[in-house]
Design a protein around this ligand. Structure first.
Ligand code: ZN
Length: 337
């Protein structure tokens, strides 16, 4: 048994010494008491960490940040964003996240007819099912606005309505510290509203997780039965701790996309590795103007782009400006890291 009185006396001496030094203006010392930080046992329960409005251009960063900090979240996706970026939704599932429905176009559903509501919700169910293999069980109404018509459509689709207990106000320009503070108010079973695609929110995640750990709270799933945060049920496997399929060889295949008057899109699908490095070479005066679902860098000529995974899966794309040459097409090659 530790000698508590002796320890207390030692700490008092240390504190007195520290305060003497502070008083003298010499130095500032933080006196730390208590035990060393222990593993979070989840003894205080579970909270629901949620991010709305994805997938976005920064979903890959959100997923890697959540993974690096060891937590899982519920992502309420907008159907038309799912349709536009299916590989990001597959990456969400692969990262161990739970997927909810957040309508097709994010309208004020309480101003819409029952038929419009039905279309908004069911289209999104179908899009997510076709991408992930599973239709969501959770629905978050845009703006948290609900009424009886909406609730009846939700229940006809087997959806449980999830609002929130704490609004982080990240959509309203909240600072990183304000977002951290909002998360610190969560108690067992509660749910917080945050959003995909907001930098202050991304910046807050490490401190949010540290705060939960210090309170023995864990990030859980949201129960479709109760609408409350609970322990994960194993219906969806947790994310792998190491990325499978690393190393070895890889193949990059170009798929031509939409051609516009002044530019064209290209998708590159990579197989054989999850740690690929794809080199894309274009013919000047053509120039790549935008990219998605990869992190990219350029050589000094600007004609050779190197693309690596950014957590959005093994498919990425880019837009190339013709700049007067509408016939040339890129060349791609793949290697692994
Ligand atoms: Zn929203």
């Amino acid at each position: 048994m530790p000698d508590v009185r002796r320890l207390t006396k030692r700490l008092m001496v240390a504190a007195a010494a520290a305060s003497t030094l502070v008083a003298a203006g010499a130095v500032t010392i933080a006196v730390t008491t208590g035990t060393a930080s222990a593993a979070n046992t989840c003894s205080a329960g579970y909270v629901g960490i949620t991010f709305d409005d994805g997938p976005t251009g920064s979903t890959g960063t959100l997923l890697s940040t959540l993974r690096n900090n060891g937590i899982r979240a519920t992502l309420f996706n907008i159907g038309q964003n799912v349709q536009g970026n299916p590989s990001a939704v597959q990456a969400e599932v692969a990262a161990g996240m739970w997927i909810g429905n957040h309508s097709w176009t994010h309208p004020h559903l309480i101003q819409e007819s029952q038929a419009q509501i039905q279309s908004e919700l069911s289209q999104t169910q179908n899009a997510i099912r076709s991408v992930t293999g599973t239709a969501p069980r959770l629905f978050r109404p845009p703006f948290g606005e609900t009424n009886g018509t909406l609730k009846s459509v939700e229940s006809s689709l087997g959806l449980t309505e999830i609002i929130w207990d704490v609004d982080s106000q990240d959509w309203n320009g909240a600072s990183t510290s304000a977002i951290v503070a909002a998360n610190a108010r969560l108690t067992n079973g509660q749910i917080i509203l945050m959003h995909d695609g907001i930098q202050n929110t991304l910046n807050a995640i490490p401190q949010i997780v540290a705060g939960l750990n210090s309170r023995n709270l864990c990030a859980g799933m949201i129960s479709p039965t109760t609408g409350r945060a609970v322990a994960p049920d194993g219906a969806q496997p947790p994310p792998p701790t190491t990325a499978p399929g690393g190393g070895g060889s890889c193949t990059a295949t170009m798929v031509p996309g939409t051609v516009f008057g002044d530019r064209y899109n290209t998708t590159v699908n990579v197989t054989g590795s999850n740690t690929w490095i794809v080199t894309v070479t274009i013919t000047p005066p053509q120039k790549i103007s935008s990219t998605w679902n990869a992190s990219v860098s350029w050589d000094s000529t600007g004609n050779i782009m190197t693309a690596r995974p950014n957590g959005s899966g093994n498919s990425f794309g880019f837009t190339t400006m013709f700049n007067g040459n509408s016939s040339a097409r890129p060349r791609v090659s793949c290697r692994t890291s």
